[in-house]
Design a protein around this ligand. Structure first.
Ligand SMILES: Nc1nc2c(c(=O)[nH]1)N[C@H]1C(S)=C(S)[C@@H](COP(=O)(O)O)O[C@H]1N2
Ligand SMILES: [Mo]
Length: 297
């Protein structure tokens, strides 16, 4: 996959201004004025435009605060994300408690532009920054019988007005198979557009698994546990016929109540076709060789 490097947002904004100016002046993209390489910074590897920061930070799913997608930022403004510790345990040789700063110091920072496809059939293109989950897993040395990784979100009753809600139980919990967790695409994200995550996006650290439906990308993680059995997950617990453990983006398997064949890209007018594995087949299809993805949803 071609890596799309995201530089600072200021740089991004300058590029945008430059592009706007170029359009105004009638300069065609790809001409001397704007090298192709700088255009790539505004797009993912398929040529899809990045979703604007305002949409990414104002249209969210974060049930700990509300089941409404608008206004999570406001409801989450008193959520304290510093200091923050993540407990790592279960089937590992070196259980650890990281505070966020030490974690960020210890591991390489990477920038990745990924499509995010929600099971509700909307999507965005987000420039993330963070660390590779594989690096952290390497550090704690999973035991030979560790086959799965389980994640848990913080529950702060006084700061999260949504945890009294009855739609799902809390803590929000998610899981991956170990080979999915150590895949190069899998991130623990701490930034969007080179800025620290806002609370509504899962500050200070959240999972990003771009080939799976968005609900797998669990926010505001406080616990990571290695297990030998497939862990229970919030949405599969709620309804395993609608939301499976794997939750790979799959246009051929409809949700019982709506089609997964197409999606609404936030900021676009026409619906677009949903791609198998959200467009990451080349990178991840090997993980599921021999599995019936119509059954293992
Ligand atoms: N803890 C927690 N993590 C969560 C959710 C949630 O409600 N609680 N929603 C999920 C869903 S359904 C989606 S689509 C993404 C949305 O991420 P975004 O708001 O940053 O776009 O977060 C996922 N992670
Ligand atoms: Mo979602």
């Amino acid at each position: 996959m071609r890596k799309t490097k995201i530089t600072s947002e200021q740089h991004y904004i300058n590029r945008r201004k430059l592009l706007k100016l170029a359009t105004t002046l009638g300069i065609v993209a790809g001409s001397m004025a704007i090298p192709r390489s700088s255009l790539a910074k505004l797009q993912d590897e398929l040529g899809d435009d990045l979703t604007d920061y305002k949409s990414i930070t104002n249209y969210n799913n974060f049930y700990e605060f509300s089941v409404d997608k608008g206004g999570i930022g406001d409801l989450a403004k008193n959520f304290k994300t510093s200091p923050w510790t993540i407990e790592i345990g279960g089937l590992v040789d070196k259980p650890k408690e990281y505070n966020l700063a030490s974690l960020l110091k210890r591991f390489n920072h990477v920038n990745r532009v990924y499509r995010l496809r929600c099971v509700e059939a909307w999507s965005m293109v987000i420039p993330w920054g963070g660390i590779k989950l594989a690096d952290l897993i390497d550090d704690v040395k999973p035991k030979a019988n560790a086959k799965f990784v389980r994640f848990e979100t913080a529950v702060k009753r006084d700061q999260m007005p949504g945890v009294r809600g009855k739609v799902i139980p809390f803590p929000y919990e998610e899981g991956l198979r170990l080979d999915e967790a150590t895949h190069d695409l899998t991130l623990l994200a701490t930034n969007i557009y080179s800025k620290p995550l806002l609370n509504q996006n899962g500050a200070p650290i959240r999972l990003v698994v771009p080939w799976k439906y968005g609900f797998k990308s669990i926010k505001s993680i406080v616990k990571i546990e290695f297990t030998d059995k497939m862990p229970a997950t919030t949405w599969a617990n709620r309804n395993s016929k609608e939301y499976g453990f794997y939750a790979n983006v799959n246009p051929n398997v409809d949700h019982p109540r709506w089609s997964q064949g197409s999606e609404r890209r936030i900021g676009e007018f026409f619906r677009r076709k949903t791609l198998m594995f959200n467009g990451y087949s080349k990178q991840v299809s090997d993980l599921y060789k021999g599995m019936d993805l119509n059954v293992n949803i």
